[in-house]
Structure formats: structure tokens, C-alpha cells
Design a protein around this ligand. Sequence first.
Ligand code: ZN
Length: 387
Amino acid sequence: MKKDIPFRSVLVAVLLGLVLWGGLPLYRHRHCGVPIIKGPGVTDVRKLSEYSPGLAGTMADSAVYVLEGREPGGKALLMGNTHSNEPEGMLSALIVIENGVVEKGTLYVIPFFNASGSRNTRAGDGYPLYFDVTTDWGARRFRYGNRDASPLDQWPDPDVYIHYPDRQLLSYIDVRNTNRTWPGRADGPLMERVTFGAMELMRKEGIDVAVDVHGAETMFPVTNCIVAPEKSVRIATLASLTVKAMEGFDNHVETSPAGFRGLSHREIGDHSGTMPFLLEAPIPFLDQPTGPKTVKFLLDGKDPFLLSLSKKKKLFVPYDEGGWPLEKRVGQNLSVTLEIFRQFTKKTAARPIVVRGVPRYADVVKAGVGHFLADPSKAAPGAVVVN
Ligand SMILES: [Zn+2]
């Protein structure tokens, strides 16, 4: 027995060492802050828990940036990182926060909508923990998150997720997916409290237009498109036709199916006066039959396996040696968002939403995403918000 004690101690020490070696990078990722600089148009920064008190003090609470215009008008909500493995939405929101100035109306921007998901990882699948965007002054680092909220914040998962209020049966994992938990409820599972917070924001502030920015696989048919329910489809179609004619890129319209519950483009419209739009930019990195999931691939979207599949007509988007780089994805999101605001303003002249200072597709493709990101070390005191 006496001989066993040192052996057991060594074994315990080795196990503890392995846990620390494997766990520390994940701990650091979860607690790594992302600074966002309040741009010239930001007039207030709130928390989503102001609209959904059940979020207060949790990792799922999130900052809401308010850009109030010089003149009154309509109101819009822009959400990124509903799925935190689709960072184009977060970067588009960030560019609006750091560059946008609202002339008429008010803009609410939530860059990390599923804040818990942005602190979750897929390291086990070989996904990176971080990615750097090159800027004019150096690199800016971001957490690469997961599609679903972290089980550290919401656990355990049910066998089946019963959607509220329709009682449709969804996959168990969708209880942590903030694009299945709309419209949510004040005392539901944590992710329902997130979507409930956004619903309350839209109802209390009188939001006219909500844009939820995503990305999708090139092998998935609902990609490179605007998803819109009946009430938004006219504006979505006009925006799609205008960007095609004026800016030369495709972004077709998909109609939101009425029978599939929990999605932002369905529930926001059905449970408020807001017109919802969901944007999907193609992200080759999310496809399954690809090479290693490197940061370079995440950013440039270039993959030899997808290229050969494209030649066999297996992809739903045009794909060549140029890949599908971040600049195109973010540029498309920004142009389509601005065009939705413009078309809404044309149709509803009494509630204009006019934003300036935000680059469009050609600007981002030419100058790069990083060109529009500010340097936190040069920001004025109090201008940096850590997310
Ligand atoms: Zn998504």
C-alpha cells in the first residue's frame, strides 16, 4: 500500500497537468475581451439586460450600441454573431459602430448577439480559437466562437427542444441556438431570454427594420441571399435588384417559411411591428469537405476541394481561384443593409433612416475590412467598450 501512494500522487499530478494544459487556452478564450471603439455616431451604450432583466450578471448579456440621428426618423436594429462561427455579421456591425453617423432616425447595433456563443469554441473539431484582421496600423484580434451558446452558461440540454410558444419539436441543440429561440420569454432558458431581450427592445423602442447578419456554406441552398417573410419581401426584392444593378453582386431573395419556427426572420415579424431581414453571405470555411480549418482559409475563403466541387456544379454560388474572401462577405452585408434602409425610407417617407460614413461593397473589397477598424490604443479615454 505504501508504494501506491507516490504512484497515485504522480498520476494525479499528471492528470491535473493535462487538465490545465488543455483547459487554460479555453479559459483564456472565454475571458478574452474584444475592444470596440465608440465611433463618431455612437450616442449611448446599453445592455440587453435592460430589456430582459433575466440576463443581468450572466455571460449572455450583451452591449447594445445606440446611434441616435441628428433628426428624428425611423428606427433600425442590426445584429451580428447570432451564430458566432459566422464572424462577417459581427465585423459588419463593428464597422457600422466605429464609422457610422446617423443623419435621420436611430440605429441600435448588437455586435455579439449570442455573447455566450462568442465565448464557446469548436477546438475539438480543429477550429481556431482566434482570428486576426490586418488593419492599417497592425492586427485586431477577435474570438472565433461557436454556433451555439456555451454549455457553461446554459445546461443541461433537453432531449428535445420544445419551441415557445408554438410547441414545435426542434433538435435538442437548438435550445442553445439563438436563431431557434425567437421570440423567447422572460423566464425561459438563457438563450430565450436573449431573444426576448431583442423582442422587447424592438417593441419598446418601436423598431421598424431588423437586420440579422449570418453566413452559410457554399453547398447549402440558402446562401448568398436575403431571407424575408411576407411583410419584408417587397423591400428585400428592391434591395436585391438594386445592389445587382448598381454594385454588380448577386444576393437573391428567399421567402421565410411560415411552418419553421424559432427563426428571427419569422418570429420577429409575427410578434412585433418590425420588418425582419436575415442576410446570408457564403462562408466556404463552414463547408464540410474542405482542407484544414485555418485562419487563412477563414479569411480568404480559398479551398482546392471546393474548387473541384464547383467545377462539378455542386456549389450554390459561383466559386473560382479567388475564393470568397472576407472583404466580399462583409462588403455585401454592408451594402445590402444600407440598401434595405434606403428602400424602407423611400417607401415610408415619414420614418427615414439615413446613415452616412459606412463603406459599401466596392469600398470594402478595395481597401479591406481592416481599413475600417479603428486602433483601440489611439481611442479617446472612455471611448473603448470591452465586449
Ligand atoms: Zn447563421
